[in-house]
Design a binder for this molecule. Sequence first.
Ligand code: GLU
Length: 390
Amino acid sequence: MLSIWARNIAPSPTLAVDAKAKALRAEGRDVCGFGAGEPDFDTPAFIKAACARALDEGRTKYAPTAGVPALRRAIADSYNARGFAVSENQVVVSPGGKMSCYLAILATVSPGDEVIIPAPFWVSYPEMVKLAGGVPRFVPAEDSAGFKITPGQLRAAITPRTRLLVLNSPSNPTGAVYTEPELRALVGVALEAGLFVLSDEIYEQLVYDGQAACHPALFGGEAAGRVITVSGFAKTYSMTGWRLGTLVASREVASAVADLQSQTTSNVTTFAQHGALAVFEQPALARAAVAEMLAHFDRRRLSLLAGLNAIGGVRCYRSQGAFYLFPNIGAFGLGSDEFCARLLDEELVAAVPGSAFGAEGYVRLSYATADATIEKGLERLARFCGRLRR
Ligand code: GLU
């Protein structure tokens, strides 16, 4: 028999939907993919050129486990320019933001410890907690509350076994963005109870409607020592396949994370890290690339939102961050798994069921996809929903 870890782990539903959509496409089927959160743009040319140069220069050997020194320094500098006071020893570069989150959990959670996760949540947090022997405790972030939890809800969920609070603003899957006062209040409650806070800020640059993401690690007092800030290059620079996540934490946590990494993955691909360094060495190009992608995402967000809310029975919250919309499909009387399975089967539209995110009655649509796909996908979705209503 396989181990309890192997028996208890479910494959990532976001990646599973994406794999299915890509396989159908490879068979020549005309699939509209709203599955995985993967920008459809190519990685900006200046980043690819820096990576190619690094390969030509022979940067193909092991690098220090926690990251190429110049990249760690550049990441620390970039946080310090935003008010942090961290040294490069507090930065760890990992194979993807997903691994950064997992290592942060492994570094702080012991078997039996409880971890508070607002629901809807990104699919991998609970599984990572379970792999660490921890116990996920979900706090519902209601649609009517803008998919946000309150300090009162958080306080009520804390027990003597609670060790960690997971925050993810902008949120995957809802696109909700906490305001700074809202986050301050939540982080205050967590710190008062002596918790660590994992702040997954992978979508920090993807915010709309004049909102701005903020960094809980800057909230003063214990925050600098207890908040673990995770981000990465994938979503901002369309570098999903490069696997480049970043983590900034206290020296103690960062060095534990580096030790865990040294016994598992070792360093992120050396020449990929040199490609990422271009983001800091050529900031004007980096800013322009982000601004251009953001403009496309914002336009797509608004057209998908309008299209969804025009479909009878569908109700969708106006997300302010990331690149997801999370419409309510409860009116159709189908579970979200069945809704998505039939939508793919009957209309070749790929979406991720809300059940995967701990939110039955919803589906997640990623708008990090072409405008034409959004238009066609909406037509198909409207036809599908129309059939369900008859
Ligand atoms: N994070 C993205 C998503 O939620 C990529 C897939 C994954 O790692 O979950 O779609």
